[in-house]
Design a protein around this ligand. Structure first.
Ligand SMILES: [Zn+2]
Length: 298
């Protein structure tokens, strides 16, 4: 709040801050676009110019973001970064999984190719998603940690779900995302969201922050140096099981095993240092997950 208040100060008209009526509560939902109309009454200039200026300023900032996946070794990301969804590579990986695991034998022959052909959604191909709010993401989209990639889960079907739940560890990656990597349109929308929340906080002075329900869709890989941490949440709501709690017995990965840092008992947080001396990729060709946009709360 304070940095944004300082940034906005010169952009408010004389008496603009007081005109917002700080502390006088408005009966508006946290995500109501009318918050920006209220802010507009306090600005010295044009709202669109302010949003554009803030989006431009954000391009020079980094934001802690998160990506959900299921992996046997989070070290892969610290060595190689986070890649965009490569449908060709994913297809080869799924074929390797089916060929090398007897529990997936039912998908051998032409059944796997048919299953792949039936899923013609290419929305994620060439894209990569990270989210701004880890708590909101875990509440609404934990299936990325439980199963990994939605596409892989869809291709492998029910048999595959059991397989995916039995391999690797639910993992939440922490990423310091240079916002210069984000699409200008995304930054514009993010700037609007920040200004909206600033106005709500200023007017209503609530004792809670709105969920930062914001997803960054990237079309480039995130470099390894941006991956700054990883955790292994254990109690997850499975949206593919009517929200039932999924309790993971897997609480560590290959990277945890070589980490000298103690693990937090709640989140199994492991501080990690990227280097080229970590473990090789696990025999199971994971990571297999790509997080996708979280949904808005009711
Ligand atoms: Zn780990």
């Amino acid at each position: 709040m304070a940095p944004l208040t300082a940034w906005l100060g010169p952009r408010l008209r004389p008496g603009g801050y007081e005109a917002l009526g700080p502390g006088s509560e408005r009966d508006l939902c946290w995500d109501d676009g009318e918050w920006l109309d209220i802010l507009d009454t306090a600005l010295a200039g044009d709202m669109e110019d302010v949003v554009a200026d803030l989006a431009d300023a954000l391009r020079r900032a980094s934001l802690r973001t998160y990506h959900g996946t299921r992996t046997a070794d989070a070290g892969v990301f610290f060595r190689k970064g986070l890649k965009v969804h490569d449908r060709g590579a994913m297809t080869r990986r799924v074929h390797d999984l089916v060929a090398s695991h007897e529990s997936l034998a039912a998908l051998r022959g032409d059944r796997l190719s048919k299953a792949i052909a039936e899923i013609d959604n290419t929305t994620d191909d060439g894209r990569l998603y990270v989210v701004a709010d880890d708590a909101f993401f875990l509440d609404h989209a934990a299936h990325y940690l439980i199963y990994g990639s939605e596409w892989t889960m869809a291709v492998l079907g029910d048999v595959g779900r059991r397989f995916l739940r039995a391999h690797g560890t639910p993992t939440l990656l922490e990423i310091d995302l240079p916002l210069s990597m984000a699409h200008p349109g995304t930054l514009h929308a993010f700037a609007q969201a920040l200004l909206q929340e600033w106005t709500r906080m200023t007017c209503n002075r609530p004792d809670w922050s709105a969920p930062i329900d914001f997803t960054f869709c990237l079309q480039v890989d995130i470099p390894a140096l941006c991956i700054v941490g990883h955790t292994h949440p254990t109690d997850l709501r499975d949206p593919h099981a009517r929200g039932a709690t999924y309790r993971s017995n897997a609480t560590t990965c290959a990277l945890c095993a070589i980490s000298s840092e103690p693990l937090d008992p709640g989140w199994r947080r492991a501080s990690t240092v990227p280097n080229d001396e970590g473990p090789r990729d696990a025999a199971l060709p994971l990571p297999i997950g790509q997080a996708a946009p979280a949904t808005k709360p009711p």
